[in-house]
Design a protein. Structure first.
Length: 173
């Protein structure tokens, strides 16, 4: 009789890395939301608003589409954030001199000052801990997160489809 190999069945359940990753991502998301609320209370600015402001300050002059791509938010979400930043006189909308249909955004002096003095949009304890890690470990963490984000970008998921799923609402503004 030919010998057949049988797998030994373990009493331990199979490791579900997908669930472990999902749990960790949810935990990270929750902590980001909590920190964003803390920023809102202390600085009257949410994390996405601060990230957008810093993006405008970094670029000097940009438009909402370019900014949206830079900060990984939908253009409509960025327009809402820009509206709120403009109300606080942190950014300014400027019409293009050659094509009046084009509206750019640029930081104001108070926007630049706030962006330079504001805390990290990343949770302070995480930012401080990251700075203490060796450069190679920081790069490994950043690359791992980039890879996870890339793996979550299936070709068939678009901003339009995700809006349908969320009822057209965004919690990021």
């Amino acid at each position: 009789m030919p010998e057949t190999k049988t797998k030994k069945k373990s009493n331990q359940p199979e490791q579900r890395y997908d669930l472990q990753v999902l749990r960790m991502m949810r935990q990270i998301n929750r902590m980001v939301d909590i920190y964003s609320r803390q920023l809102k209370v202390r600085y009257n600015l949410t994390s996405p608003q601060l990230i957008c402001l810093m993006g405008v300050v970094e670029d000097g002059l940009t438009n909402t589409t370019t900014l949206a791509k830079k900060v990984f938010l939908s253009p409509s979400t960025v327009v809402g954030i820009v509206d709120r930043l403009q109300l606080r006189n942190l950014i300014k909308r400027v019409r293009d001199t050659r094509d009046r249909r084009i509206v750019n955004i640029k930081p104001t002096r108070s926007g630049i000052a706030l962006a330079e003095s504001a805390p990290s949009p990343l949770q302070e304890s995480l930012a401080n801990t990251m700075r203490k890690l060796p450069q190679q470990e920081q790069e490994t963490i950043a690359r791992s997160l980039e890879r996870i984000a890339g793996m979550m970008q299936p070709d068939n998921v678009t901003a339009k489809n995700t809006k349908k799923l969320s009822g057209g609402k965004s919690s990021l503004s």
